[in-house]
Design a protein around this ligand. Structure first.
Ligand code: FAD
Ligand code: NAI
Length: 467
């Protein structure tokens, strides 16, 4: 029987990063993945394919709607080749997954394909095609991720009533896609199909879209998406989803408690994700789950069984690839006797619509709830030379700083390339910068980043220069 210092179950961004860091720190490491490709949800059916489709659909939409204003004329009609767009996405995914396999080989990590299940706290059975192999591991990291959640009354036929996984590989552009859930998945994939020509209607239970982000971002994103033709029903409770041939009929109660009916040909259900532990046989090792089905962990990501750890979507906290990666690194370093630390307040959140939405730290709603006295600086993207040059004038940057100390407590932005701009805010907050610190740093001109400096100037004695 093969023996390892560490076995990692699951090869998503949590698991494969944990395996690399363990190997770097000298541990003999195995990784177990039930699918034939490595990379988990993120690389196969999450972050990477969704961003490939967002980028392709953005190019298509620009060609139709914006090239002309730049003086670019296309003789004849711009045509969509959905099959080719999907093939490109598939090849981006396979290159990225192959990259993870390369990293496993480079770091001499043994890869096992099959479902990993605990035999006891130090032995794992790996089952594939009816055959079982057992390995021994002194320590194990559970990184089994998550899967789409559903509403109890919805039957996902995965053909027309679908999750993100199917939405990433549709063979036709829907005529009318109804999206249940105005969160990250619904808005990113809703925008993809809107750009490709579908009518898109988003039905959201709460009173605003992206409800966990600062309400200024919800408001601005909804305004921009509305301009792009996306329809919204907020404060609306879906009661039933029925399929009649190719038609989908949704009944819901709107904000006035009036029943509405929406008809479409596809329904994307994007109401969150839930932790995945099926087949893991956690009980055999004595590992406890919480009431939401997540693996219970302490501050060191250790389960109730001392040699077993858990990371990523399967434990508490944000379901984000970079959060899973940080936890993978942390667990490996803890095992090696180091003292790593994650500042969960500084895990940024990004929605890759265009304009992009990005945030870190506390929202205004959270500061109010916590009774923290704060000041605010805002700057609109439209006042930037760079935004006018590119034509990306929607959005704003909002900085929240402590009223007395001026320490930056939260940065919320929507606009072109804010997914990348947010890194400046994370760095500043990691070093506990004040808004004045950011305001006094030189930002290259003309860039979108100047909006961060200007918002910081606005937060400190209202001295933004370009508005
Ligand atoms: P996962 O990536 O889910 O990996 C878990 C792996 O474990 C899977 O490969 C699974 O097959 C395997 N596994 C499970 N059980 C077993 C078992 N018993 N034996 C063997 N293998 C097993 N996050 C971002 O930060 N940015 C984004 O842009 C982004 N976009 C997304 C878009 C979509 C459409 C979706 C669905 C998600 C997106 N996410 C994004 C979320 C991101 O994908 C997850 O947060 C991330 O993948 C979690 O990583 P993980 O390692 O915890 O688990
Ligand atoms: P989400 O939690 O982002 O959004 C779900 C939305 O559905 C919420 O707005 C919620 O209020 C709404 N909702 C819940 N029940 C409802 C109901 N009965 N009727 C109508 N609306 C309802 O979840 P989503 O979009 O499914 O994504 C799952 C996870 O994947 C997220 O937690 C996110 O972290 C991750 N993800 C991250 C991305 C990124 O970082 N860019 C992209 C895509 C997914």
């Amino acid at each position: 029987m093969s023996k390892y210092d560490v076995a990692v179950i699951g090869s998503g961004p949590g698991g494969y990063v944990a395996a690399i860091r363990c190997a770097q720190l000298g541990m003999k490491t195995a990784i177990i993945e039930k699918y034939s490709t490595l990379g988990g949800t993120c690389l196969n059916v999450g972050c990477i394919p969704s961003k490939a489709l967002l980028d392709s659909s953005h190019h298509y939409h620009d060609a139709i709607a914006h090239f002309e204003e730049h003086g670019i004329e296309i003789p004849g009609e711009v045509k969509l080749n959905l099959e080719k767009m999907m093939d490109r996405k598939a090849s981006v995914v396979s290159q990225t997954c192959d990259g993870v396999k390369y990293l496993m080989d480079k770091n001499k990590i043994d890869v096992f394909e099959g479902v990993g299940s605990f035999k006891d706290k130090t032995h794992i059975n790996i089952e594939k095609d009816g055959k079982t192999e057992t390995i021994e591991a002194a320590k194990t990291i559970i990184a089994t991720g998550s899967k789409p959640a559903n509403l109890p009354f919805i039957e996902l036929d995965k053909e027309r009533v679908i999750t993100s996984t199917e939405a990433l590989k549709l063979k036709e552009v829907p005529k009318h896609m109804i999206v249940i859930g105005g969160g990250v998945i619904g808005l990113e994939l809703g925008q993809v199909y809107r750009r490709l020509g579908a009518e898109v209607t988003v039905v959201e239970f709460l009173d605003r879209i992206i409800p966990t982000m600062d309400s200024a971002l919800s408001k601005e994103l909804q305004k921009v998406l509305k301009k792009q033709g996306v329809k919204f029903h907020t404060s609306t409770k879906v009661k039933s989803v029925e399929r009649n041939g190719d038609e989908i009929i949704i009944k819901a109660d709107d904000k006035k408690d009036k029943e509405i009916e929406i008809k479409g040909d596809y329904c994307l259900v994007s109401v969150g994700r839930k932790p995945f532990t099926d087949g893991l046989n956690a009980e055999a090792a004595g590992v406890e789950l919480d009431d939401k089905g997540r693996v219970k962990v302490n501050d060191h990501l250790q389960t109730n069984v001392d040699n077993i750890y858990a990371i990523g979507d399967v434990v508490r906290g944000a379901m984000l690839a970079h959060k899973a990666e940080e936890e993978g690194t942390m667990v490996a370093e803890l095992m090696a006797g180091q003292k790593p630390h994650i500042n969960y307040n500084l895990i940024p959140g990004v929605v890759y619509t265009w304009p992009e939405v990005a945030a870190v730290g506390k929202t205004e709603e959270q500061l109010k709830e916590e009774g923290v006295k704060y000041k605010e600086g805002k700057f609109p993207m439209r006042a930037l030379g760079r935004s006018r040059a590119s034509g990306d004038i929607d959005g704003l940057v909002k900085i929240l700083a402590d009223e007395k100390t001026d320490e930056v407590l939260g940065v919320h932005m929507i606009g072109a390339r804010t997914a990348d701009l947010i890194a400046e805010a994370v760095t500043a907050m990691e070093f506990r910068a004040s808004a004045e610190d950011i305001a006094r740093m030189s930002h290259a001109h003309p860039t979108y980043a100047e909006a961060v400096k200007e918002a910081a100037l606005a937060a400190t004695e209202n001295r933004a220069l370009h508005i």
